[in-house]
Design a protein around this ligand. Structure first.
Ligand code: FES
Length: 164
């Protein structure tokens, strides 16, 4: 009898992992899906962190060293940001139409940090993602792992102010 494949558990119950699973499933959980899968993780979360890379390695049945190797070799991939707090602004189509660009500009100006970077005091990383799976909440932002939706610039700045 063929061995049943045991699916690893995602690092959290964040529904964005469903988007990643769709990518892996479409490729039959084969190793050649690695780059596409890492892109999906980055598109959904804004960066790749250790738990994400470990999950992808076990889901695709690849050595962790291979996943780290690919993630660190390609400049397109962003590893976990260095800031104490992480603000991921979704810049996917639905969010873009609803003003994601203004959110990015607002945070960028106030904290003097370009998209994709961390403030000089390492308090805040500002990142973009292509769709965080909450288009109904556009424009959406994931602040320290918490999904915020239908935001205006002032709401977001106020929220960041409270958190950091
Ligand atoms: S485009 Fe932003 S959540 Fe889908």
């Amino acid at each position: 009898m063929p061995l049943q494949r045991i699916k690893p558990t995602p690092p959290s119950d964040d529904k964005r992992w469903k988007l990643i699973d769709v990518t892996m499933r479409r490729n039959g959980y084969a190793g050649h899906a690695l780059i596409e899968t890492l892109h999906s993780v980055q598109d959904a979360f804004g960066y790749l962190d250790d738990p994400a890379m470990k999950f992808v390695a076990s889901a695709l049945n690849l050595p962790l060293s291979k996943v780290y190797g690919v993630a660190t070799f390609y400049h397109l991939f962003t590893l976990k940001p260095k800031g104490k707090h992480t603000c991921v602004v979704c810049t996917g189509t639905a969010c873009y139409i609803k003003g994601a660009g203004e959110l990015v500009d607002g945070v960028s100006e106030k904290y003097n940090v370009p998209l994709g970077e961390t403030t000089a005091d390492r308090k805040l990383s500002l990142l973009g993602a292509r769709c965080v799976g909450a288009c109904g909440l556009a424009p959406a932002v994931v602040m320290d792992g918490v999904m915020l939706g239908k935001l205006k610039v002032d709401d977001l700045l106020e929220h960041i102010e409270k958190v950091i």
